[in-house]
Write a protein that binds this ligand. Structure first.
Ligand code: NAD
Length: 519
């Protein structure tokens, strides 16, 4: 992959240098520490979303290969769980160093397969890296509890033990960050892992796996398989897999949640979203509009925490014009071009879906303030580009509001009061993120108290918590009860064993069949 340097500022130069050897395009499985070609002849083409060039081919891992991956993870578990936590942490210390070393390589791969801008792709890597850094403190994070002398000469303590083989199923939109939400925490807790990256952009996962091997992760501790529905169903059904981490859409997530739960597995599932911002008339106009444009159109709106709906309260309604101006100023280009603010969306189908949802808004009475559907990017005419799009006078019965659009489309609604705005947000089924822009502490506190969303921003447009907290989407944006990373993440990947021990000079006593009580 290279950016041509022959004519430095000429557009249309971010081309993937395709290998002449087709077998080198095939993405491999990672089974028992070996990167191996799948026997499968069924593959999915990965196309660069800016150019449609073939980047790689993902095999649909066969059943036998899947079983081999689970078996490798199962075999690696006993010795890995007995490896001192300090040693497991040291692998993470090394991994974070290697991810820093190879951030550019990872980011370039993400831009090529997923489309986002290089700078944004670096952020994707960095936010995952922070989880690896957090895992370096596992000795403290995994501590149990101890109460001495619960009865005379008797102490009780609890131990957080790993579960065994865990699995992760990833979406396309954060090819580095989301795998890094999963396996570093799981394996540092002492589990072994089977990862299924998104079939749309598995490249970053493969690079991360190479780095994990280089960092000293023993063979079989991390395994990678590929595919779509069938392999996901295998993961749900396999008796040796104890827990599943899923991030993606509600359709897939709820299917996985119920199928895996029926097999007795624990599941944490981060799902879809419709994130709102409430704009109060006392907010700082410039800072607010800049934040709205960045949160609405960054990553072409393909973030689960992207801002999709802005609710303007009272006299802030006319600010929509300023938002349109800012959105018009954003540069749509291939993600590898240095001037790109937003890149293409993931696929032609995604573009068609986004354009159809914009059209439903127009047909049901919304005003199209800015239309990005017809954009053509010189040099990248084949790219899946959608320019920033703004619909105003949107109401909550419209399809474009009810559906997650997952594109660079910002819907604008209006409310006469903060109460009315909060009611609008709370009526929405999703509860991933919500923000308020205001200079009033009273309004902010009321919002924080009454809003039904798991991640709240006060003058912060994308309130994604750092790894010492957890990612806490709620309502239809999350299924399960232990969130990703933070304390809850460690709890998800561990089970508690509680030990009651008696060490004293034991007196011979008669047989008592009464329920023991503390003495
Ligand atoms: P997706 O649900 O289509 O795919 C996610 C994973 O599920 C993939 O690995 C895919 O192979 C698998 N899958 C898809 N359909 C399946 C089915 N019917 N049966 C079994 N497995 C299936 O999601 P996506 O398009 O890759 O990602 C975008 C979605 O992810 C959006 O809804 C976005 O909001 C959500 N997301 C949520 C968060 C969060 O933290 N809440 C973060 C990122 C993305």
């Amino acid at each position: 992959w290279k950016i041509s340097s022959s004519s430095s500022m000429v557009i249309g130069t971010c081309h993937y240098s395709t290998s002449t050897n087709p077998s080198s395009l095939r993405v491999r499985n990672l089974i028992g520490g070996e990167f191996v070609d799948s026997q499968s002849t069924a593959t999915i083409d990965i196309l660069n979303p800016a150019t449609q060039e073939l980047v790689s081919q993902v095999p649909l891992t066969t059943n036998e290969e899947f079983k081999a991956a689970v078996s490798a993870a199962k075999q690696a578990f006993p010795s890995w769980r007995n490896t001192p936590v300090t040693t497991r942490q040291r692998v993470m210390f090394k991994l974070q160093e290697l991810i820093r070393r190879d951030t550019d390589k990872l980011a370039k791969n993400i831009t090529m397969e997923q489309g986002k801008t290089l700078k944004d792709a670096q952020g994707d890597v960095f936010r995952g890296l922070e989880v690896v850094e957090h895992a370096c403190g596992m000795g403290t994070l995994q501590m149990g509890e101890f109460v001495a002398n619960v009865s005379s000469g008797i102490d009780t303590y609890s131990i957080r033990e790993p579960l065994g083989v865990c699995a992760g199923i990833c979406p396309f939109n954060f090819p580095a960050m989301i795998p890094l939400w999963m396996f570093p925490i799981a394996v540092t807790c002492g589990n072994t892992f089977v990862l299924k990256p998104s079939e749309k952009d598995p490249g970053a996962s493969m690079i991360l796996a190479e780095l994990a091997m280089e960092a000293g992760l023993p063979k079989g501790v991390l395994n990678i398989v590929h595919g779509t529905n069938d392999i996901v169903n295998n993961i749900c059904d396999d008796k040796d897999i104890k827990a599943i981490s899923f991030v993606g859409s509600n359709t897939a997530g709820m299917h996985i949640y119920s199928r895996a739960a029926a097999k007795g597995k624990r599941v944490q599932a981060n799902l879809g979203a419709k994130n709102h911002a409430i704009i109060m008339p006392d907010a700082n106009v410039d800072a607010t509009l800049n934040a709205l444009a960045a949160a609405g159109f960054g990553a072409a709106g393909q973030r689960c925490m992207a801002l999709s709906t802005a609710v303007f309260v009272g006299e802030s309604k006319p600010w929509i014009d300023g938002l349109v101006e800012r959105a018009q100023g954003l540069k749509v280009n291939a993600g590898c071009e240095p001037d790109a603010d937003l890149g293409p969306v993931i696929s032609k189908q995604a573009k068609e879906r986004i354009c159809r949802l914009i059209q439903t808004g127009v047909e049901s009475g919304a005003s199209l303030m800015l239309d990005g559907r017809k954009i053509v990017v010189p040099g990248y005419e084949e790219g899946n580009f959608v320019g920033p799009t703004i619909l105003s006078n949107v109401t909550s019965d419209m399809e474009c509001y009810k559906e997650e659009i997952f594109g660079p489309v910002l819907l604008c609604m209006q409310a006469n009061s903060l109460e009315e705005a909060i009611e609008i947000v709370n009526r929405n089924e999703y509860g991933n993120g919500a923000s308020i822009f205001t200079t009033s502490g009273v309004a902010a506190r009321k919002f924080q108290n009454e809003i039904e969303a798991g991640q709240v921003g006060i003058n912060v447009p994308i309130p994604v918590p750092l790894p010492f907290f957890s990612f806490t989407g709620s309502k239809a944006s999350f299924a399960g009860d232990l969130n990703f990373y933070g304390k809850a993440g460690v709890q998800f990947y561990t089970q508690i064993k509680t030990v009651t021990q008696q060490w004293k000079d034991l007196q011979t006593q008669g047989v008592s069949l009464a329920m023991p009580t503390s003495q």
